[in-house]
Write a protein that binds this ligand. Structure first.
Ligand code: KG4
Ligand code: ZN
Length: 339
């Protein structure tokens, strides 16, 4: 079965072709015009998607060495994301579906990140604890099976990637700044300064990253960063900031794994590319840790195709989505509500 997938939720225009659950092509065009504004400008993003969508889709079909007629299902991101950008991909995919009489599968972007490690050579087995860390989202999820999961925690304000991008901006780095901070931190001292992570009341698995950005801002003012800045200072601040974020993600993920006695941990989303995060997670023995290949870490259509493929095939089994098992497990075993 061939799936054509389209992703346009933010600043990547991407199209992919999958044969069952294997990727045949995954074409990604990252919009670079946002860097001069220091963040994604929705209007600019929509216009770039409009410009790119047909070429990118053609390229994905061509490099998969198939024809449009060979496509069995078409999947596209329906949300969350920038509405103007989502509409381009969604309506484009729906038009192909209508004209070709091909079933259309709407896919949730966060679900797609969650299952993106199943695109790798080493696929996590269920159940697993999924940490989704991207520019827009930070969630800790207990995944029992496909589409049977409980959100244990999420950020109550900024996402982890957003914190990286905002701190990068304060340091005068380009957008998006996560990878730049990662690179600078390699030669920085992570004990240079302690940037505290805010405690979240109520749910021990929730995150809060807006405070750390403010704490970096105040620190930069205190040391008169603009006047005194140099390469090593930027490296040390990057390393210290990154260390706090990574430590918090690490502690909460492993606390959940311990609490629920789950040995498989899957980290995905753009921030999962972070080298310090990878090293710290992989340094723990007794767990199976999964990270996506770089092309499946940031936004891509392959993960949308995979999720669409499983949604479609599993929906053939009428009972699959009606199962109460996870809700019961959540309430009875873990005393956790679905939310
Ligand atoms: O998943 P993604 O492409 O888009 C969203 O769905 O939001 O994630 C993009 C985010 C950006 O905030 C970017 O700064 C961050 O991922 N990022 C990183 C690294 N590479 C990308 N953050 C930290 N370290 C990295 N190496
Ligand atoms: Zn994403």
């Amino acid at each position: 079965m061939f799936t054509l997938a389209i992703e346009t939720s933010c600043d990547e225009t991407s199209a992919a072709v999958l044969k069952d659950n294997e990727v045949c092509s995954n074409i990604i065009s990252s919009q670079i015009s946002h860097s001069r504004y220091g963040g994604v400008v929705p209007e600019v993003s929509s216009r770039e998607h409009l410009r790119n969508i047909i070429t990118i889709t053609h390229e994905s079909i061509k490099s998969a060495k198939i024809n449009l007629n060979d496509i069995d299902i078409i999947a596209a991101t329906y949300g969350p994301g920038l509405v103007g950008s989502l509409l381009i991909g969604l309506n484009f995919a729906k038009s192909i579906s209508l004209i070709g009489n091909i079933p259309f599968i709407p896919v949730n972007h966060i679900s797609a990140h969650l299952y993106s490690n199943l695109l790798g050579d080493q696929k996590p087995e269920f159940p697993f604890i999924g940490l989704v860390v991207s520019g827009g989202h930070t969630l800790l999820i207990l995944v029992e099976d496909f589409f049977k999961h409980i959100i244990l925690g999420r950020t109550i304000d900024d996402a982890a990637g957003e914190a990286f991008d905002k701190v990068a901006k304060l340091l005068g780095l380009d957008y998006p700044g996560g990878a730049l901070i990662d690179r600078l931190a390699l030669e920085g001292n992570n004990e240079f300064h302690k940037f505290p992570i805010s405690r979240v009341k109520g749910n021990k698995y929730n995150f809060s990253f807006s405070g750390i950005k403010t704490s970096v801002l105040y620190f930069l003012r205190k040391i008169e960063f603009e006047k005194n800045k140099n390469e090593q200072l930027t490296r040390d601040i990057s390393a210290s900031f990154q260390d706090s974020i990574v430590r918090d993600l690490f502690n909460k993920t492993f606390a959940a794994a311990e609490d629920f006695k789950i040995r498989n941990i899957s980290v995905s989303g753009g921030v999962s590319a972070n080298s310090n995060l990878r090293n710290k997670f992989k340094s723990v023995s007794g767990y199976n840790i999964y990270f996506p290949k770089p092309e499946f870490a940031t936004d891509n259509a392959a993960m949308i195709g995979l999720t669409g493929y499983y949604l479609y095939t599993l929906s053939k089994n009428k009972n699959y989505f009606e199962s109460e098992s996870l809700k019961q497990t959540a309430r009875a075993k873990f005393n956790y509500e679905m939310f």
